[in-house]
Design a binder for this molecule. Structure first.
Ligand SMILES: NC(=O)c1ccc[n+]([C@@H]2O[C@H](COP(=O)([O-])OP(=O)(O)OC[C@H]3O[C@@H](n4cnc5c(N)ncnc54)[C@H](O)[C@@H]3O)[C@@H](O)[C@H]2O)c1
Ligand SMILES: [Zn+2]
Ligand SMILES: [Zn+2]
Length: 374
């Protein structure tokens, strides 16, 4: 039987004037929610985090089909099972993940479910991986954001968009595992495969960058430098066992603490100019991992010959090259052991109706992870 959900709906991708608090691009609406179909579950959301990728849909850096119910980092409790669901029960806590994998396409068969072609195509159409829409506004379909749409009291998602976690994890902490932690820690551990003793520079200290920094520290990196413009984030990097600095001080800090360039550089800003600086900061033979999602118009300007002559690797990292069902439980265990203090990513908590103000705070670079509690 269908139910309803109160959700944050965006009418247009791009062309939304700032400040968002005044112009309110997100509207809060009671939508009709279908019953879960084959392999799908209904989840009562209790916490969701705002990621820069949500802001990018609002400001048009990542254009998506509209109207769309936004949100892709969240957690909740399973409250109904569709036919054919296995391994989940009503009452389980799940973390939602923003790319379901089909298990059948070439990337999936190659162990790279984070590049699933079927999941990416469904996300691009704003549909669930099973096809079509479960959200309706007075009879018209509403698109799903990355198969999740968790800025809502309730969601219907494919089982493959969920990972079950322990009930005892606080909801606001569980939420950040879905994007910031999966992406950032995964970029350090999976994509960069940091080895103990290596030196690491992380560009951008938002939720994703600070998670990458924590992943680098937990991997046993000898020195980790975090680069941002915001003083509060630089101070937090210092507190987390790294060295925080600004872009204009970076060269001097690298000279003092690394004696030169870094083994590994991770970019989490989403700007091609910053990526070019990140590339320059890597040593001969160094690995440059790019996580940020710049607008598609941006082009990367690199000295082409240096890739060969300096033997550098430039590695794109989607969803932290993570296998969510394997990696989320690992990162949870590291958090419980005190080795991945991801609760420190949470900079404030809010109500669903604060989302337009929260977009402004993220746009100004002030916030880390702002969490909505339901
Ligand atoms: N690859 C993926 O799977 C994936 C997943 C999630 C998010 N993302 C992308 O990763 C990026 C980061 O996401 P987030 O939620 O952490 O964003 P955020 O806005 O919280 O963080 C970005 C940080 O970059 C800093 N910054 C801006 N200009 C800078 C500069 N010139 N030098 C250094 N720092 C600078 C900002 O102050 C901010 O702290 C975004 O582009 C987002 O779309 C990618
Ligand atoms: Zn995200
Ligand atoms: Zn696939």
């Amino acid at each position: 039987m269908g139910t309803t959900t109160r959700a944050a709906v965006l009418a247009q991708s791009g062309g939304n004037a700032k400040p968002y608090a005044e112009n309110a691009p997100l509207r809060f609406a009671e939508l009709d929610l279908d019953a879960p179909g084959q392999g799908e579950v209904r989840v009562a959301i209790d916490a969701a985090g705002l990621c820069h990728s949500d802001l990018s849909v609002v400001n048009g850096d990542r254009v998506r089909p509209m109207p769309m119910a936004l949100g892709h980092e969240g957690t909740g409790i399973v409250e109904a099972l569709g036919p054919g669901v296995t391994g989940l029960e009503v009452g389980d806590r799940v973390v939602l993940v923003f790319l379901p994998s089909c298990g059948r396409c070439t990337p999936c068969l190659s162990g790279e479910g984070y590049l699933c072609e079927t999941g990416a195509a469904a996300n691009g159409r704003g549909e669930l991986i099973g096809g079509g829409f479960r959200l309706h506004d007075c009879g018209s379909d509403v698109h799903h954001h990355l198969g999740v749409s968790c800025f809502a009291t309730h969601v219907v998602v494919d089982q493959r968009s969920t990972v079950k976690v322990d009930r005892d994890i606080p909801a606001e902490v569980a939420a950040v595992f879905g994007c910031a932690v999966l992406t950032g820690v995964g970029a350090a551990i999976n994509s960069a495969a940091i080895r103990a003793g290596e030196t690491v520079v992380v560009f951008g200290l938002g939720g994703v960058g600070l998670a990458a920094l924590m992943g680098a520290v937990a991997s046993g990196a000898a020195t980790v430098i975090g680069v941002d413009l915001a003083p509060n984030k630089i101070a937090l990097a210092d507190d987390l066992g790294a060295i925080g600095t600004t872009p204009d001080q970076l060269e001097a800090v690298m000279a003092e603490h690394l004696g030169g360039k870094a083994d590994v550089v991770i970019e989490t800003v989403g700007n091609a100019k910053v990526l070019a600086s990140a590339y320059t900061a890597a040593r001969r033979g160094g690995r440059v991992v790019t996580v940020g999602l710049p607008s598609p118009e941006q082009r990367l300007d690199l000295q082409a010959v240096s890739l060969v002559a300096e033997g550098k690797s430039l590695i794109g990292s989607y969803m932290g090259s993570s296998i969510p069902a394997r990696d989320i439980p690992r990162y949870v265990a590291m958090w419980k052991a005190g080795r991945l203090p991801v609760d420190r990513l949470i900079s404030s908590t809010h109500k669903l109706d604060d989302l337009n103000e929260m977009l402004d705070a993220m746009d100004r670079g002030e916030a880390i992870r702002q969490i909505i509690r339901f």
